[in-house]
Design a protein around this ligand. Structure first.
Ligand SMILES: [Zn+2]
Length: 416
């Protein structure tokens, strides 16, 4: 380890007042040491552990690691295991098993600092012991066929939240909003969800797993909210009225009427109005800077799995997708775009809209820091900026709800 990285680690993990008094980081000055629950409901870290094999309790290149998140006050997350690329039928459950094993093993290796939790009571105990509580969620797919036995097995392994829509195409039970861009499939195959989707919801309600409607089409989102007996979440989303993209007020009101919660996304390309304007005005450059992310999310194996395969397919997948994953990391923003990256106050405009439309019980944090693009805050050391922005727009009681109690309420009511 180089001397400067040792110094950096001390600043990030060491005594906050030291950094603050030296003026090293404004974030440290805002360190929310007294917030009992400070939760980001949409994080991706186990995928990085799996594909990058790095130690994420130490500061790493890229925007999110446990060390910086914990140092800036975060003590609970939903880590979304993403089976990106494994969207061929039958391979998503295998990839999901690899990721869930990685998450459980990593937590065991760092049990002095973290624990995988399955209930909010567990989470409160872990947080009270000074550690990070980690719920496991799924993005992009766990089994594209929606097998109820597979669902039950993953529940036993600790999975507590499932996003219905994939990024890359319709699966056996729901349409995907961004399928045309990422995987070239149409987004209205079912005009929402089908009977299999409704059966899955019923089983998730029975078990007590959160239904996450993110990346569903408008119709799929509405039908998921209507079909679930329990409140649903949209874990990482913007509000269309404010950002120009994201959830409609109609769906927001419907979700809230059933007790649900939206987590507000932090990505510059969705939250940032100025940033989005640049992207619209520079379509060629915008496409280029998003290329690595698109290649990762929309990865398609160079060859289909052959009959009689004895492991050749998965070797090819690991080689090709591992490359696509790593190519997406280490995001560097274009200099001309840096001033256009949204501020925490711009992020909080989204929260403000939700509060004014449906009330403060229905909004939380879901930043989706995924290392393949810039956003707010710039990295996991900046959660204090989010907290400071929230304090400007609403009451301390509402800040407490938005910073985690709303997430806990929906986790508690997932069984219906
Ligand atoms: Zn997503």
């Amino acid at each position: 380890m180089k001397p400067n990285s040792v110094t950096r680690r001390r600043l990030l993990l060491g005594v906050g007042t030291l950094a603050a008094t030296r003026g090293v980081s404004k974030v440290w000055a805002q360190r929310p040491a007294t917030l009992p629950l400070f939760m980001d409901g949409h994080v991706h870290i186990t995928n990085r552990v799996y594909w990058e094999k790095a130690e994420f309790w130490q500061p790493q290149p890229g925007n999110w690691d446990y060390g910086r998140a914990r140092a800036s006050g975060i003590n609970c997350i939903v880590d979304n295991l993403g089976t990106y690329g494994a969207w061929n039928y039958n391979y998503a459950p295998k990839m999901f098993l690899r990721l869930i094993e990685t998450a459980l093993r990593y937590a065991e290796q760092h049990k002095d600092k973290m624990a995988i939790v399955t209930t909010t009571a567990d989470a409160r105990r872990v947080i009270a012991s000074g550690r990070m509580a980690v719920f496991l969620g799924s993005e992009s797919g766990w089994d594209h066929e929606g097998d109820l036995d597979v669902l039950g097995a993953f529940y036993r392994l600790g999975l507590r939240s499932i996003q219905f829509a994939t990024q890359t195409g319709f699966n056996a039970f729901a349409d995907s909003e961004i399928a045309p861009q990422q995987g070239g499939q149409k987004s209205d195959h079912y005009h929402g969800i089908n009977q299999k989707g409704r059966a899955l919801i019923a089983e998730m309600n029975r078990l007590g797993m959160l239904v996450d409607i993110t990346h569903g089409t408008n119709d799929a989102q509405r039908q998921l909210i209507e079909a679930s007996k329990a409140p649903v979440v949209c874990s990482h989303v913007t509000m269309k009225t404010v950002a120009g993209v994201g959830m409609t007020d109609e769906n927001l009101k419907l979700l809230a009427s059933k007790g649900g919660v939206v987590g507000i996304h932090g990505g510059a390309a969705v939250v940032g109005k100025r940033y989005r304007k640049w992207m619209t005005e520079h379509p060629v450059e915008a496409k280029k800077i998003n290329e690595a992310l698109r290649n990762m999310l929309g990865y398609q194996p160079s060859q289909p799995r052959q009959p009689g395969d004895h492991g050749e397919y998965i070797e090819m997948f690991d080689r090709e997708f591992g490359h696509a994953w790593r190519a997406n990391g280490g995001w560097k923003e274009l200099p001309e775009l840096q001033p256009l990256v949204p501020t925490a106050d711009e992020w909080a405009e989204q929260v403000d809209h939700v509060i004014k439309t449906v009330g403060a019980d229905h909004v939380g944090i879901g930043l989706d820091m995924a290392d393949g693009r810039s956003g707010v805050p710039r990295d996991a050391g900046g959660y204090g900026e989010i907290l400071a922005a929230l304090k400007k727009i609403t009451t301390p009681a509402n800040v407490t709800k938005i910073c985690g109690e709303n997430w806990f309420r929906v986790l508690d009511s997932a069984k219906a």
